[in-house]
Ligand binder design. Structure first.
Ligand SMILES: [Zn+2]
Length: 369
């Protein structure tokens, strides 16, 4: 597929964030209307995989309720807990939000998340990925989310693109775990323990993803869960004569709008302020307009505000963004079997991200680090 076609496709998706189209496509929008709903046909393998996944989830849930421990501190967190729901029979598996830990707080309370196994088509797209093309990689990641993740607010389907950017990889791993649940394929790689320097094996799975959370008191003080925004008064931090700050969590929709916008700027031979675009802009957009010209103006307005910041304000903003960001990149955690410390390693794909959905062999190894 030519790059431009690919790109245009993405632009179309972004232009269609309303999700009506995807709701029809995947049927979750009609959960309660079971008669009208045409269930996704599962092959016997997919059915077996789904059942194995659900069985594990049920056991996990039972264990969890016995232990009554915080979900993100489970000793052997295989996968997730699953709530009883009719949609299971329709191919969509509900995700228990609590396992997202603090990340769950950055979604409206009523949102429910569902996943389904990657379809053959999704896996083909994945395997066809050109890993040298960052834009295409980004699109392929989004495609898996689009096809295999549903968000619902009551009866309303929320576009997949409203996932927070830092949750994308977690959901991809969830989908992978569901897809291969009956035929467990692990992806492991070696790294040296930062504490004792012994070699440890990291396993790539959703529950071993490592997240850095904002400080609890920072969230308590400045996160406005009712309006889903960060509110900070610069004066509180000794920065005078600046307007109160409102920031919004970066989502896949906003990320894509920014990528598209950056492409347009590039075509117009306009220079980009990289710090502004990558660090501040994703947080300063409330809702990305679907209209290109309007989005251009949105960015222009925000850049004006950014450029008007005093040095202390810039310093404060840098500090804030650093502290409220959950993971700028994917990292894994493991407990070192040699020294017992919890250690962190970067997720790297020297053999490519293709291994995530590769199906030929049981155990895939990636990376020498
Ligand atoms: Zn160690």
């Amino acid at each position: 597929m030519a790059k431009k076609d690919k790109y245009e496709q993405v632009a179309e998706q972004i232009g269609d964030l309303g999700a009506e189209e995807t709701a029809q496509e995947h049927g979750l929008g009609k959960l309660k209307n079971e008669k009208a709903y045409n269930p996704m046909a599962l092959s016997p393998e997919e059915e077996a995989s789904k059942n194995a996944f659900l069985e594990r989830e049920r056991r996990m849930k039972a264990r969890l309720s016995q232990q009554a421990e915080p979900v993100d501190e489970m000793p052997e967190p295989r996968t997730i807990g699953v709530s009883e729901d009719t949609s299971i029979s329709e191919g969509w598996v509900p995700i228990v939000r609590e396992q997202m830990g603090i990340r769950s707080e950055f979604y409206p309370e009523d949102w429910e998340f569902y996943i389904r196994p990657a379809t053959v088509q999704a896996i083909k797209n994945w395997i066809g990925i050109d890993e040298k093309n960052a834009l295409q990689m980004n699109n392929t990641f989004d495609e898996i989310i689009k096809m295999c993740v549903r968000i619902k607010d009551g009866q309303q389907v929320i576009s997949w693109s409203h996932l927070n950017t830092w949750d994308r990889f977690w959901f991809i791993l969830k989908v992978r775990e569901l897809t291969f649940a009956s035929n467990k394929q692990t992806i492991t790689f070696e790294d040296n323990c930062q504490e004792c320097d012994e070699e440890i094996t990291f396993e790539l799975r959703s529950s071993s993803l490592h997240y850095e959370f904002p400080d609890e008191d920072v969230v308590k003080k400045h996160w406005n869960a009712a309006d889903m925004e960060w509110n900070i008064d610069p004066a509180e931090y000794g920065v005078e004569d600046e307007e109160p700050i409102t920031l919004w969590v970066p989502t896949l929709a906003k990320q894509q709008a920014i990528i598209d916008w950056a492409q347009r700027q590039y075509q117009r031979k306009k220079k980009l302020d990289e710090t502004f675009v990558s660090t501040f802009l994703p947080w300063m957009i409330n809702k990305a307009s679907r209209d290109e010209a309007q989005f251009d103006r949105q960015v222009q307005k925000i850049e004006k505000i950014y450029k008007a910041w005093s040095v202390p304000m810039y310093e404060l903003m840098t500090d804030i963004i650093r502290n409220i960001t959950i993971n700028p990149k994917e990292t894994l955690k493991a407990v070192c079997p040699h020294c017992g410390e919890e250690v962190i390693s970067n997720v790297q794909f020297p053999n490519g991200v293709k291994v995530l959905f590769a199906t030929e062999t049981r155990v895939q190894k990636f990376g020498s680090r």
